[in-house]
Each structure stands twice: as C-alpha cells, then as structure tokens.
Design a protein around this ligand. Structure first.
Ligand code: NAP
Length: 338
C-alpha cells in the first residue's frame, strides 16, 4: 500500500464490510492506508487485507482524521450520526444504509444507470437498497428503448440480506428443526418458512423495504411518476436475492429485443435454456458480479407487458460491489506519495 487513498471501511466486520474488503483487493482499488472500523464489540480483533493483518478499531471521534474515502455499512443510525462528521473532516462517504438515500442533496447511484449523478455529490453518496439495485440494473436497458410505465415486483430475499448474524441464525434454526428441537428466532423464523418482510408497515399496508423499491427506483431513473408496486418476502436462502418482475410499457415490447438488450447490458448475464428448463438461481448467482436474468417472456394477460426473473448477489452487486464501483467513478485527489 503506497500510492492511493486513505480508506476507512466502517462496518468492516459485517457481511457487507467483508465483501467490500475482498472487492478492494480483487479490483486493485488504489488503497494507500486502510482503517477498519466497527463497534466496540469488535475492537482489537484482526482482519487481513493485501497480505497484512490489520486491527479493527471502535468508531471514535478521531477515526476519520486524514481519511479520503469512507465506505460505510454499519446501519442507518451509525451513518446518520457519523458520516456528516466524516465529510466535515474532509472525506467522501459512500453509504450502504438507507439513512441518506432520499435526501435530495445526496446522489443515489447505480453506476450502470446514472453514473453522471455522482459528480454532483457534496461529500455523501448513497448506495441504493439491494433489491432496488438488482431491479434497476435489469429494467434500465429496457427503459432506454421504451419507457416503462409500471413495475409489479415480488422479491425472494435471502437471510444474509439482514446481516451476518441472520444468516447464521437460519442455519441454526434448520439444524434445530432437523434435530426435532424448537428453533430460536431472534431475527425471524425463516428455516423451512417464508417471512413477509419485517420492516414497519405504512398506512397503505406497504413495508419499508417495498417503499424503498418504489421511491429509490424513481430517484435513480429520474422518473418520479413511475408506477411501482412491490411485495417483499424473506426466503430461507443463505445468499442472493431473486425477483419476479412484471414490466409494463405503453405498447408491446418484443421478447427477442428485450433479450438482446439484456444480453448487451453491462452487469447482466442472461441465463436461459428453455430446453433444459435452466434459469437464474440464487445458488448460482452467489459470489457473481453479474445479475442473472432469465425467463423473459410475454405476459399472457397484457400485450404491453413482459415478465422476467432475476437472481443477484445482494451482498456483492446489491451492496459492496456497487459501492466500490461508485468509488471508482470518483476523481478523488490522491495524496502525494512520500
Ligand atoms: P452486519 O453483518 O450486521 O454488520 C454490521 C456492521 O456494522 C458490523 O461490522 C458491526 O460491527 C458494525 N456496527 C454495528 N453497530 C455499530 C456501531 N454502533 N458503531 C460502529 N460499527 C457498528 O450487517 P450488513 O448486512 O453488513 O449490513 C450493513 C448495512 O448495509 C446495513 O445498513 C444494511 O441495511 C446495508 N445493506 C446490507 C445488505 C446485505 O445484503 N446484507 C445489502 C445492502 C445494504 P460489530 O461486528 O462490531 O458488531
């Protein structure tokens, strides 16, 4: 680590933080120094990066001194409290939480969709919600050909979307059930079950996760009137979210053209073998950068609509990869090497 940026990863011990560290290394991001930040619970533990063992520090008042870039994934309340301090100390912060996503002064970026918005940042940039990123990536190439009028989406969200501990909990629940014991559910009862999303419901009956898909997609697409309805469900899958999406246009959209546009789109891999009944699966999407899209077909109930199915690694493209790609878009002055 010689030339490059002074980077802090806030939430380094979490599911997203671990993936950020792996991606910084894998993509040879220009890291000069790296600071690993987490809660006091993890202070003194160690992680490796670039062959070096680094200590994890508890977040504190001087943590952002001399830092150029903060990649944050420690939850909304931590971001709310600490990222304005990081920006005041001179850093650019890219946040994985929902704390600032709908702030009109904070760009909300999917690099394949609206990279230009990153240039207008005032120190803070928000990474969208994971299900929103996956959907935006698949719908944007079609929206470029014919503006989308309406999206109806059902999500199938993995346990790890709720963090490293939720993923461990579903394994423990499965072991307990198979051993004939009562499973313990601190996060949610997910093993051998489906769980309608556990975030707060609004007066219309939509949960926060569903409204994030509505509001964030509109912001990313600069399409405030886009009609979207979402149903979000947690499924007993360890990693990678899936989505069934109905996409309505103002006139018919040929399936062949939709498939071709998605084949050409960055960040997408079309996975369809109709003869073998082979389509995207979360197990195969896990660990991949690309979002897998398939079952692209005509909606038999509406001549102006298509149906498609996707699976994407929500820790990777839905969080860490998207955040690192945003950082790669920025022209941050690198400190002079001595
Ligand atoms: P996680 O596995 O539970 O990790 C949370 C991280 O935040 C840990 O490093 C934890 O440190 C740290 N942390 C918690 N409280 C803290 C505090 N008071 N001060 C400093 N650090 C603190 O969660 P995650 O899944 O990585 O999610 C992190 C964020 O990314 C959340 O906002 C989440 O909504 C968002 N996100 C997650 C996903 C996903 O698929 N998991 C996708 C998109 C966005 P300790 O280890 O010390 O507790």
């Amino acid at each position: 680590m010689t030339n490059g940026l002074n980077v802090a990863v806030l939430g380094a011990t979490g599911a997203v933080g671990a993936e950020i560290l792996a991606l910084l290394e894998e993509r040879r991001f220009p890291v000069k120094t790296l600071k690993l930040l987490a809660s006091p619970r993890s202070a003194g533990t160690h992680l490796t990066f670039g062959g070096e063992t680094l200590g994890v520090e508890a977040l504190n008042d001087t943590a952002f001194r001399g830092i150029d870039l903060v990649l944050a994934s420690a939850g909304g309340s931590v971001s709310q409290q600490w990222l304005p301090k990081a920006v005041a100390a001179g850093a650019i912060a890219i946040d994985n939480s929902s704390a600032f996503r709908m702030d009109p002064n904070v760009p909300l970026i999917v690099p394949e969709v609206n990279p230009e918005a990153a240039q207008a940042h005032q120190g803070l940039i928000a990474n969208p919600n994971c299900t929103t990123i996956l959907m935006a990536l698949a719908i944007w190439p079609l929206h470029q050909v014919q503006p989308v009028q309406r999206l109806v989406v059902a999500t199938y969200q993995s346990a790890s979307g709720a963090g490293a501990r939720a993923m461990e909990e579903v394994k423990q629940q499965a072991r307990a059930i198979l051993a004939g014991e009562d499973p313990v559910a601190e996060a949610f009862p997910l093993a051998f079950n489906l769980f309608p999303h556990n975030s707060e419901l609004n007066e219309l009956g939509y949960c926060q996760e569903e409204m994030k898909m509505v509001n964030e997609t509109r912001k990313i697409f600069s399409a405030p009137g886009l009609r979207i309805s979402a149903t979000c469900v947690r499924v007993p899958v360890l990693r990678a979210h899936s989505e069934a999406i109905n996409v309505e246009f103002d006139r018919p959209f040929a399936v062949s053209e939709a498939k071709q546009r998605l084949i050409e789109a960055p960040g997408i891999k079309v996975v369809e073998d109709w003869g073998r009944n082979y389509f995207p699966m979360p197990m195969e999407a896990s660990g991949q950068d690309e979002v897998l899209v398939g079952r692209i077909r005509q909606d038999i109930s509406n001549p102006n609509a298509l149906e498609l199915w996707l699976s994407g690694d929500q820790i990777r493209k839905g969080a860490a990869l998207n955040a690192v790609q945003i950082a790669e878009l920025l022209t941050i002055p690198t400190p002079v090497a001595v």
